[in-house]
Design a protein around this ligand. Structure first.
Ligand code: NI
Length: 158
């Protein structure tokens, strides 16, 4: 497996708009495998290609139910509202309160460039919104209500 370097806040690549994937190539297949490896290694629930320096509209997500790969994803339906803590592998160690839709339907292409649709609630809906924002150069830190705060793990105190 090949881990890619996760770009962090301030890196210009994170604020640019990504381009759609036109065709599946060996290079893109390798990128997707690397993105999944990088996401799992960093213990993240989602990763977008610009976070590893590639301005292509590709997202990987796993909220604990197995990997989801989205190519050229679009939100086609959003409803409800949830407010909760959100973090990002590009802003390590921090989190902040963000309001997102509670139910999101996404249309995308899979790794075979076939159309797929996913519906997500709660954490998955949040992940769809957060990762698709990355493809438009948007960071969740601009949406945080109140202050960003340092993530604390209960384990550290034991
Ligand atoms: Ni992120």
């Amino acid at each position: 497996m090949a881990l890619r370097t996760i770009r962090t806040e301030g890196d210009p690549v994170l604020y640019k708009k990504s381009r759609p994937v036109e065709e599946m190539t060996q290079r893109i297949r390798e990128l997707i495998v690397d993105m999944l490896d990088t996401m799992y290694d960093a213990m993240g629930v989602g990763l977008a290609a610009p976070q590893v320096g590639i301005l292509k509209r590709i997202v990987t997500i796993d909220v604990g139910d197995g990997p989801i790969v989205l190519i050229n994803p679009e939100i086609v339906e959003a409803s409800g509202e949830q407010t909760g803590d959100e973090g990002c592998l590009s802003v390590p160690g921090m989190s902040g309160q963000v309001t997102r839709p509670n139910h999101v339907k996404v249309k995308a292409l899979d790794i075979h460039m076939q159309e797929v649709e996913y519906e997500g609630e709660e954490l998955l809906a949040r992940a769809f919104c957060h990762e698709i924002d990355h493809l438009d150069g948007k960071m969740y830190t601009d949406l945080v209500e109140g202050e960003l705060h340092r993530v604390t793990y209960d384990d550290d105190e034991e």
